[in-house]
Design a binder for this molecule. Structure first.
Ligand code: DQA
Length: 143
């Protein structure tokens, strides 16, 4: 049996509350519903889901996955706009990283227009809710 490519979805702070948190922005569905549905839609890959509210744990996961994963889909939440350290971690690893956001950050407050990740990621997808993750996965499959 052939090994499937490992794709990591790494979510940062507050994304564990998706479904309950600001539903007018992030919707009412949770990641515990979405991830199995995405896996069922893409049986040719092995998805790995990780979420943490702790900056260092996100960095540790990037280090752990980043030398073997076929791709990493990263929503660093608010750390996107503040974390030089997560940006450096993305630079340090080898796997392609796609920056994603559920909301269109450029239509929101100005502090959300700054990203320490965009310049070191392969691409950025924002504004499509859970669809941002799906599009990121499609982009990894096409690359
Ligand atoms: C977010 C956008 C960030 O600005 C925010 O801090 C989040 C979620 C998004 O998915 O739209 O926590 O990354």
């Amino acid at each position: 049996m052939q090994n499937k490519p490992d794709i990591y979805i790494i979510n940062g702070p507050n994304l564990n509350l998706t479904g309950k948190r600001q539903p007018e922005i992030y919707g009412t569905e949770s990641f515990s519903d979405f991830i199995p549905a995405l896996q069922a839609e893409f049986p040719q890959v092995q998805l790995h889901y990780f979420q943490s509210n702790v900056e260092g744990e996100l960095i540790n996961k990037l280090h752990e996955a980043g030398f073997s994963a076929a791709g990493i889909i990263l929503n660093a939440g608010a750390y996107t706009h503040t974390s030089v350290a997560i940006g450096d971690a993305v630079k340090a690893i080898q796997s392609p990283v796609i920056e994603v956001h559920m909301s269109n950050v450029w239509t929101r407050e100005e502090f959300r227009h700054i990203s320490y990740l965009s310049g070191v990621c392969r691409g950025v997808i924002a504004g499509f809710g859970f669809g941002s993750y799906r599009l990121a996965l499609l982009s990894l499959l096409g690359s």
